[in-house]
Design a protein. Structure first.
Length: 111
């Protein structure tokens, strides 16, 4: 992890969100390939946290939303069939809450 943080410190601040968007897309593809049986949602936190630490905070909101949507799309494309259409919507909203919390912006808006 130390090597990763040292590398991120060398990247220009404007390219960090782009790098993290590409990372989310890669995670979504891996998520589809591994199928819905394997939970992958925790890994979507990494780009959100990187952006919240090394870039502007509003990018963390955008990446939180993008991570939750990517997880939802990957879950549905992986073949997961739900008995009710609101179940994946609910799961997506819950993941969005987790990603948003980890971005640090939820604490700022409450204070």
């Amino acid at each position: 992890m130390k090597v990763l943080f040292e590398y991120i410190n060398k990247i220009p601040k404007k390219t960090i969100p782009v790098f993290c968007i590409l990372l989310i897309i890669l995670l979504g593809l891996i998520d589809v390939i591994t199928g819905y049986e394997v939970s992958f949602s925790i890994f979507y936190l990494l780009p959100v946290m990187i952006v919240s630490w090394y870039s502007q905070k509003y990018y963390a909101v955008i990446l939180s939303i993008l991570s939750a949507l990517t997880w939802l799309i990957a879950d549905l494309h992986a073949g997961h069939i739900y008995p009710h259409f609101m179940i994946p919507v609910w799961n997506g909203i819950m993941r969005l809450g987790i990603y948003w919390k980890k971005s640090g912006l939820l604490q700022e808006s409450i204070s």
